[in-house]
Design a protein. Structure first.
Length: 102
């Protein structure tokens, strides 16, 4: 496997017991994964990997995701429009200020 240029971590709200219990999961973060993957492909962002995580502990701002290596946290990622805005920012090498957790 080739090391990705960027890594997007999507909160799936899994807790130590293994169950998804948090806000991100309840608001559909996992359901956005196919759209996120499609968006990466549409933008030809082949060097970007997507993974789900356990709870990222920002439930009041969820659904959330983090883009590395920049370490940019995004919240309120509740639909396709938010995903598009974030992916456009990733492609352009900038931060999507609308969804960034500053």
């Amino acid at each position: 496997m080739q090391k990705p240029d960027k890594h997007i971590l999507v909160c799936a709200s899994f807790r130590a017991g293994g169950d998804a219990q948090g806000v991100c999961h309840k608001k559909g973060s996992v359901g956005l994964l196919p759209y996120l993957q499609e968006g990466l492909s549409d933008r030809e962002l082949d060097g970007v990997m997507v993974s789900t995580t356990g709870c990222l502990k920002v439930c009041d701002r969820g659904p959330c995701m983090v883009v590395y290596p920049e370490g940019t946290w995004y919240g309120g990622v509740t639909g396709e429009e938010a995903v598009d805005e974030i992916l456009d920012a990733v492609k352009d090498g900038r931060v999507d200020e609308k969804h960034a957790l500053l």
